[in-house]
Ligand binder design. Sequence first.
Ligand code: ADP
Ligand code: MG
Length: 396
Amino acid sequence: MPDKGITYIDEVDIQNKRVLLRADFDVSLNPNYTIADDARIKQNLPTIEFLLKKHNRLICIAKLDRPKNRDPKYSMKVVVQRLKQLLPHNKIRLVDEFLTANNKIFAEQETGEILVLENMRYYEENKKNDQTFAKKLASLADIYVNDGFAMSHRTEAWVVSVPKYIPSFGGLLLKKEIKMISKTVKKPKKPFVAIIGGAKIETKINLISKLTEMADYVLIGGGLANTFLCAHGYEIGKSYCEYDKVTMARHLLFLAAQKKTAIVLPSDVIIGDPDDDKNGGRVVKVNQIPKGAVALDIGPETKAKFGAVISKAKTIVWNGPIGYFENPAYRQGTDFVYYSIAGNRDAISIVGGGDTLAAISKKEYLNTITHVSTGGGAMLEFIEKGKLPGIEALKR
Ligand code: ADP
Ligand code: MG
């Protein structure tokens, strides 16, 4: 059992404590920095409400997006505002700078009052797993609760080191994620189909090798597909691609051939102007992408191929949008994959990833997915390794 050794908050009696809650408030933002989708905040509510009911005082720590420095556009203010709407009966305050904050803010925190610390991405020490920083965080509370599955693959101070200093527990969302994903991938029913898209190639490409061993089919779309098309020697114009990963992609294609796993790449794509949402793009075969063109979605032939594989699947794992969905002209591939998964009522399905959820969240059928995970990279890594640094750190 991969979750042996973790104590979850509903297995102990946590009352009248100061709780440092690592939450997953990493919502997708609109281009004007308002919240595009608050699913990630809502997924933490069961844990928040559970702890509040037992008269605990919560200090929430979370990160928002990926600011390089203390950029006010990525302040947790938007999260605090949304939390206030979701929890109208609680006092909720943002702590600007906890390192220099007047101790009174913490000392005078009332029962039921929630403090939210500023974006953890503002702190370079956190990323570097600095122990002084970890101790400082730990000193704010009596206990630590990790309810942020999506960041639990990172060896950062707030994930792996704070639990060394105070008693630590898993939250309800973490529990659900671990149970559901372990159950699905332990003995997956075949055919097992993995669908990977999106753009974070440097993090995802390493995870595809294990999936290549586990799955019968790996369908690749999104920006990721371009790197593979490049590995095949196709011209991909100005499409999103990470050229230093092409060798890795080639290696994966080789590995898949050995394992008899089918890696299914787009055979046609939609090319167009990413900034033009009026005219839509044009379908071309992958061997006919003009120099300078940008591939932004999969084409109809690829959809048919993906659809045929998904409809036969008994286990489905999906992470990563299939196209540049932020422009509605290029979200059809993503919609299609989503509807195909929803349409397969015989399969166990896990769908996850911040942008993936943002791309589909406004639609019906979400309840036909067996498990909607808050994690993208974390979900893939947990599937691959059966453990994550942040989960191991909670084990006693
Ligand atoms: P997730 O957060 O679900 O794990 P990623 O962060 O890896 O997903 O990727 C999401 C991003 O990938 C989106 O911003 C989307 O626009 C981008 N993307 C998908 N397909 C393409 C493409 N063909 N070209 C450029 N970007 C793409
Ligand atoms: Mg993302």
